[in-house]
Design a protein around this ligand. Structure first.
Ligand code: CP3
Length: 355
């Protein structure tokens, strides 16, 4: 399969020359778009939307029709993997994701097995193939997964948590059990991402949303080690094209050097790190993706444009930066502001790169 016509995103990840800074947004398809809400209503629920390849394809393309984005991201969720392991995912209104059968008992943990992505996650793999056909090589498609540790948080807690009391109790009392879950998750995530790559994903991203909740020592032992295992097991090239990987630990700014050393091509930054300092710390080892505060998008267009230019300036021009938010876009974000952001990043970085 050919390289996309707009391959700026892939070139920035490979730290090759670019004319401008490419941009995409975490959760770019989502509830802030009225057309997303329409499709979701038609699907009946968020999970049914994820499980229908044709509707998942439709919402993946919606933000690309509105904005001049440089990449598409598969529409799905990180929790499809534990769902495929039999934990019973459901979403209750206003409560976020929950599992019917959280992973608490030793026997259930010992029984846990990585799902065959071509069986229980077939709908995701089919969506990837359908999205690639629909994109028709316009922009690259990003596949993704949760990190082994972030998935374990939801699996053990049984849903979201403000303090991670259950999973941290396991971490300190029964590290052997948590390591067992993480080992299974690492295998599951590797197989899942490789199946997405085989179906057409041109880059992959690992979301380690909760790694930043760990102590320094625990982060390295329970999150980073398994991210490294996944990255080592990923398919590196397909049909002669390199498949770059991006690792994002929210709240992981203090561990940038360690993250950059695990073999990934890019590191995601939330908004708490200065991207210029981050660039100096990782050197030419990896590209950087981020780091606009998603809540800056509630300010006036003038303020949003100024903040976008500030980040482009802080990075310092040239290649190796993929502009993004520091976390997912909020559901109440005004859609018009996103145009201002995308166009400012493109125009301003073009000026800087032309020097
Ligand atoms: O980036 C994209 O556009 C791709 C789609 C995507 C979704 N979830 C769609 C989604 C991606 C990459 C995710 C990842 C995800 N899901 C993460 C990691 C990134 C992060 O945000 O930290 C996590 C922790 C989840 C788990 C999850 N899924 C939560 C906590 C929620 C509820 C969030 C909320 O705002 O209520 C979801 C649901 C979800 N996943 C939505 C979307 C668009 C909202 C569902 C809806 O339509 O109601």
């Amino acid at each position: 399969m050919a390289q996309p016509k707009n391959d700026t995103f892939l070139r920035a990840l490979r730290r090759e020359a670019v004319e401008y800074t490419p941009v995409w947004l975490m959760r770019q398809a989502g509830r802030y778009l009225p057309e997303y809400c329409e499709t979701r209503k038609r699907a009946g629920s968020f999970l049914q939307l994820c499980k229908s390849p044709s509707m998942a394809c439709e919402v993946t393309l919606q933000p690309l029709a509105r904005y001049d984005l440089d990449a598409a991201i598969l529409f799905s969720d990180i929790l499809t993997v534990p769902d495929a392991m039999g934990l019973g995912l459901y979403f209750s209104e206003g409560e976020g994701p929950r599992f019917e059968r959280p992973l608490r008992e030793e026997w259930a943990i010992r029984d846990l097995a990585p799902p065959d992505p071509h069986d229980h996650l077939r709908y995701v793999i089919d969506a990837v193939a359908e999205i690639r056909r629909a994109l028709d090589n316009s922009v690259p498609l990003i596949g993704f997964s949760g990190s082994p540790f972030t998935l374990a948080c939801y699996m053990v807690e049984g849903g979201g948590s403000s303090d991670f009391r259950t999973v941290k109790t396991m971490l300190y009392d029964r590290p052997d059990l948590l390591h067992h879950i993480l080992k299974v998750n690492a295998r599951a995530v590797t197989d899942y991402l490789n199946a997405q790559i085989e179906a057409g994903a041109q880059a992959v991203m690992l979301f380690d949303t909760w790694g930043g909740a760990l102590s320094h020592r625990a982060y390295h032992e329970f999150s980073l080690a398994y991210l490294q295992e996944v990255v080592a097991g990923l398919i590196k090239t397909r049909d002669g094209e390199a498949i770059p990987s991006i690792v994002f630990t929210k709240g992981g700014g203090q561990w940038l050097e360690s993250i950059a050393a695990i073999g990934c091509d890019a590191v995601g930054l939330d908004w708490t790190t200065d991207i210029g300092d981050a660039r100096r710390r990782v050197g030419n080892k990896v590209a950087l993706q981020g780091n606009l505060d998603p809540f800056s998008l509630f300010a006036s267009p003038t303020a949003v444009a100024a903040e976008a230019r500030r980040i482009v300036d802080a990075y310092g021009g040239g290649t190796g930066h993929v502009f993004n938010l520091g976390h997912g876009i909020n559901q109440f974000t005004p859609p018009e502001t996103v145009s201002v952001l995308v166009d400012t990043v493109h125009q301003y970085s073009r000026q800087i790169n032309e020097g």
